[in-house]
Structure formats: C-alpha cells, structure tokens
Ligand binder design. Structure first.
Ligand code: HEM
Length: 243
C-alpha cells in the first residue's frame, strides 16, 4: 500500500516538475520587454551578453559585487549541489558508465566534506535571514521554507551515509523500476523514505518557488539585453500596430 502510494506520488511529482518548469519558461519567454533596461555598464553586442550570462551563472558576479560572505555561501552550496547530484547518477543508470565510476571513487574520498559543504551554507543563509535586520524584514515564509527543505534533504542524506545505511541495491532497483515504468517496492529504510518524500516535495514545489531563479536568470532583461538604444531603436511590442 505504502509502495503504491509512493509510486503514484513519484510520477505525479515528476509530471508537475517537468510541466511546471516548461510552463514557467514559456511564460518567461513570451512576456514582452517593452523597455531597454540593461543594467549598466552593459555589453554592446551579443558576445558580450553571452559572456555576461556565463559570469553571472557560473560565478554569481552580481552577488560577488554586493556581498562577499553571501557570495561565498551561495558558491559553496551550488558547488556542493552539483557534486551531490553527480554522485547520485549511479542510482539512475545501469550499468554505471566508467567516467561516473571514476568520479564516484574520487567523491567517496571527500564525501563527508561534500555533505557538510551542502548543509553548512544553508545554515549560514538561514542565520543571516533571521539575524540581519533588513534581510529579516524582506523575508517571507517561502524564503525559510526552501532553506529548511534543502537542509532536511541534506541531513537525511548524510544520516543515510553515516548512521542508518539503506540497502543501496534496493534503492537502485526502486529508482530504475520507476524510470522503466515497472515499479518495484520502495526500500523500507525510514531515513530513505524521509529523504525520498522530501525530494518529492521539492519536485512539486520547485516550479512555483524562488528556485526557478535558475531558469529565470536567462530571461532577465537587465542582464540579457544589449546596450544599443542609440544604434537600434526599440519598439514596444504593443506599439507596432500604431507605427
Ligand atoms: C530520487 C532521488 C534521490 C535518491 C534516490 C537519493 C538517495 C540517496 C541515498 C541512498 C543517499 C546515501 C548515499 C550513500 O550512502 O552513499 C543520499 C545521500 C544524499 N543525498 Fe540523495 N537522493 C535523491 C535525490 C537527492 C537530491 C535531489 C538532493 C539535493 C537536493 C540530495 C541530497 C543528498 C545529500 C546532500 C546526500 C549526502 C551525500 C554525502 O554526504 O555524500 N539527494 N541520497
């Protein structure tokens, strides 16, 4: 019974996640940009805009300029997230490709560090929200919720790794079963069930949350516009009929 409910919930979560993101990205893409508002100093050609985006997405350049500690926390968290997700690939593919096996062996040697690197910045970002007056003033429930959700995901992951080991073979069988539409029972380890439930909550919540910033940044007019108002006249999309 528990297994069946989880299997339905998992497919439901994946559908919401994928269609939710596609709908949001579509909405971002078709929304009109009536004004030239690149944040200056801004690039004056397409190559410049691409470079600006790369620096923004890979190195959080604007955040670096505004707050060095938060930048450090943000970088540490996103780097750890990348490594954690890479180390999870082994649950989703069979047989595991050679490069992933090599990466896995390397990650194994720094794994405690990775777990800490994942949750420590979340603790810092949470304390900062509660502690710094002007950050607390602009914070809403959603800001705390997402930090707590990610923290609990990390904590349950670390607990599985060091305290209450799940049967990793059963975990992989369960995940591959979901992927191949021939579902297998969910492993009974309570921490795995907690980890998995939190992931499903994250998947369902993701398209409606501020975590969509990862997609939204590419559509941000202050960052993706070329600074060429003198060379090329911008016409409001809804003014075209009049001109
Ligand atoms: C369906 C997807 C997922 C499954 C089946 C899964 C399963 C697991 C398992 C079995 C472990 C223990 C690993 C071990 O013993 O070596 C683990 C660890 C962990 N998981 Fe997940 N997980 C999933 C998704 C995620 C996601 C999306 C995140 C992050 C947002 C995440 C964050 C973590 C963290 C931080 C650890 C601790 C890693 C470490 O310390 O090396 N997991 N996960």
């Amino acid at each position: 019974m528990l297994s069946t409910s989880y299997i339905f919930l998992a497919y439901f979560a994946i559908i919401i996640f994928v269609f939710g993101i596609l709908c949001k990205v579509w909405k971002y893409a078709v929304i009109p940009n009536p004004l030239k508002i690149p944040l200056t100093p801004a690039p004056t050609n397409t190559i410049g805009v691409i470079l600006r985006m790369v620096f923004e997405v890979a190195f959080f350049k604007s955040l670096f300029k505004s707050n060095k500690f938060t930048w450090l926390g943000g970088c540490a968290f996103h780097l750890a997230l990348l490594v954690v997700l890479a180390s999870h690939i082994r649950f989703f593919v069979s047989p595991v490709p050679e490069p992933i096996m090599l990466l896995q062996t390397f990650l194994q040697s720094i794994s405690m560090f990775i777990g800490l690197l994942f949750i420590a910045p979340l603790v810092y970002l949470f304390i900062r929200r509660v502690w710094v007056d002007r950050t607390r003033f602009v914070s809403i429930f959603a800001d705390y919720f997402v930090l707590i959700l990610l923290f609990l995901i990390g904590l349950s992951g670390i607990t599985m790794k060091y305290l209450i080991r799940p049967d990793l073979f059963a975990v992989k069988t369960f995940i591959l079963g979901l992927i191949s539409f021939s579902p297998e029972p969910i492993p009974t380890n309570p921490i795995f069930i907690t980890h998995f439930t939190l992931i499903l909550i994250l998947l369902i919540y993701f398209p409606f949350s501020k975590l969509m910033h990862g997609c939204g940044i590419f559509f941000s007019p202050t960052r993706n516009q070329i600074d060429n108002p003198r060379e090329k006249r911008l016409i409001n999309p809804w003014d075209k009929r009049i001109i």
